[in-house]
Design a protein around this ligand. Sequence first.
Ligand code: GAR
Length: 207
Amino acid sequence: MLKLAVLVSGGGTNLQAILDAIDRGDIKNARVEVVISNNRDAFALERAKKHNIEAQCVSPRDYDDRGAFHLALLKTLDSYDVDLVVLAGFLVVIPQEMIDKYRNRIINIHPSLIPSFCGTGYYGLKVHEGVLARGVRVTGATVHFVDEGTDTGPIILQKAVEVHNGDTPEILQRRVMEQAEWVILPRAIDLIANDKVSVEEGRVVIA
Ligand code: GAR
């Protein structure tokens, strides 16, 4: 059984998609041990509690500096002894120690087709604003392993979504979530939990 930590900052609709997929049996051989948020008010924490899953908040506001926050985050994560860390809308730059310790064991969902509209400054609605400003016709979402760069790690799954005339960033965000994020994040976890994913020479191979 693959033990998961899900790290969140906000609404937690991707967390919900994971919990629902586990309940439906679409994700097999995995369970969520803990949900960790950097934001005390994240609705994702309520979703976890409702599901009888441990909900922890490690907020940078409670620490003197970034180093102390990073240490506390890593200590909390380590205490659950998980196999996979899922960044589901976690808007914190991952500390190097965590990347080293959990190499190829941290995945992230990003709301665009990487390498478009990703990297520093592209998160949440800003991604969809960028897509609409450029006028691309197709966007989507990507699940990837996390390395030291921003959105640069090996790509596991991607799914395309059409941009429609008249889309606002909010409407497009919702379509990308419904058609891509909530589909490929649970699917990637199921693949990993069932030993179908390996990383060879920096690229993902799916069995
Ligand atoms: C999602 O759209 C996710 O892809 C995005 O934040 C949103 C969180 O929503 N993540 C990033 O932009 C990471 N760079 P949720 O809390 O409802 O899952």
